[in-house]
Design a protein around this ligand. Structure first.
Ligand code: PGA
Ligand code: ZN
Length: 404
């Protein structure tokens, strides 16, 4: 038994400087765990509310008055009970009374306290059936930012290195090398232009979508040669962000669904993309299915805003063959138990899972443990910036612990 003695919440800041929360859960035995919750910018319409209408301070007040007392006495070793208590204390279907972020922080902090007391790593107390923690995810590392994460950049939100080496060391090294190559090439092409970094630590440059892909694909090819590591280009279009009145509106072109299928399938073949996230609007299950039929044998087609880690939306996708992969973000649904319900369904349906950060992150490593615990195909955590490196470094630690 690991009964919760107290749950304390406080305001902290995420990597964008926006306020969020962390929760510290203390057990009767004295063991404790603390976790912070991240925040998105290109949020899906079907995510739970990160904070109630009154904002972060209202979430904190509600947590203190309603949620913390309800957690006292609950067994932290029983994650389902902890998360049921969070739902019951909130009392809404979308965490709009206390907020999905306070719920996420409490859910993870409780698991951390339990792991600490048990003397086990977090991933092992969360491991899904059949997961042994000996297989590590590929790194999904954002090297060039656009969309909502980078004003003045391309329309496509993320240009990604998908580093799929046998060991975490090699994958991390390859993702960092691609990021560096991309920066060097941007500097070579535009020596007098200022070069910056976006919300997720990728480069930002005033270039078009296709030029960004050319630079990314060349960087991946160079690193494959140099390091002899399988690293391939990928994109997160976050297409809901530039979809309006039935059309995908890029700076260079406007496409209907048919045109978008052809455009993205063409990019997969021209650039050897292995990773394609949210290529259509978040309600366009049919567009997803057409693309998956066309190129799903050679690329992961991933639903993020499409699914918002929600099992009912995943069911809709499975019914039409929308994707072959699903992005997993704990704070889209609010608790670990809700997350695992979706993960277990995805695993049963042989959908690959990608455990993902948010654009506004906290400098913590718990996401890496979630990735290992669910047997994720990928860990999407960016490449550079302390809040991104925290996750990569945690993966290195887990890799070393296994090989020792
Ligand atoms: P968000 O974006 O964290 O701003 O929602 C990340 C993503 O779309 O994957
Ligand atoms: Zn996304």
């Amino acid at each position: 038994m690991s009964r919760i003695r107290s749950a304390a919440i406080d305001a902290i800041y995420d990597s964008r400087g926006s306020p969020t929360v962390e929760v510290t859960v203390e057990l009767a035995t004295g063991a404790s765990g603390r976790a912070g919750a991240p925040s998105g910018a290109s949020t899906g319409a079907h995510e739970v509310q990160p904070f109630p209408p009154g904002g972060v301070s209202a979430g904190i007040a509600t947590f203190r008055s309603r949620v913390a007392p309800a957690l006292v006495g609950v067994d932290a070793a029983d994650q389902a009970s902890v998360d049921a208590a969070l739902h019951a204390a909130d009392g809404t279907s979308d965490f709009s009374r206390v907020g999905g972020n306070p719920a996420t922080a409490a859910s993870v902090a409780s698991a951390l306290a339990h792991a600490r007391e048990a003397g086990r790593p977090l991933w092992s107390v969360l491991a899904r059936p059949g997961v042994e923690g000996t297989k590590f995810p590929a790194i999904v590392g954002n090297c060039l930012n656009g969309g909502r994460h980078a004003i003045g950049g391309p329309d496509i939100q993320e240009f990604i290195a998908f580093a799929d080496a046998p060991s975490p060391e090699e994958s991390v090294r390859a993702a960092i090398a691609v990021h560096r190559h991309v920066g060097e090439e941007l500097h070579r092409r535009y020596p007098t232009r200022a070069l910056g970094r976006g919300d997720e630590g990728g480069w930002v440059a005033a270039i078009g979508n296709v030029e960004a892909l050319e630079i990314l694909a060349a960087a991946c090819a160079a690193v494959r040669d140099e390091l002899r590591t399988p690293v391939h280009p990928g994109i997160d279009l976050a297409a809901s962000e530039f979809f309006a009145d039935g059309k995908y509106r890029y700076r260079e072109q406007t496409l209907d669904t048919e045109g978008q299928v052809g455009f993205v399938a063409g990019l997969v073949d021209r650039f050897g993309l292995r990773y394609v996230e949210d290529p259509f609007d978040e309600e366009a299950f049919d567009g997803f299915a057409r693309l998956t039929r066309a190129v799903g044998d050679r690329a992961l087609i991933i639903g993020d805003d499409l699914y918002t880690t929600e099992v009912a939306r995943l069911e809709r996708g499975l019914a039409v063959g929308a994707t072959n992969s699903i992005l997993i973000k704990v704070n889209q649904v609010g608790t670990l138990t809700d997350t695992f319900r979706t993960v277990d369904r995805a695993r049963a349906a042989e959908q690959a899972t990608i455990a993902s950060h948010r654009s506004g992150e906290v400098p913590e490593g718990w996401l890496t443990h979630v990735a290992v615990a669910i047997g994720a195909r990928g860990l999407k955590c960016g490449v550079l910036g302390g809040e991104r490196v925290a996750k990569l470094n945690e993966l290195l630690r887990l890799g070393r612990a296994t090989s020792r």
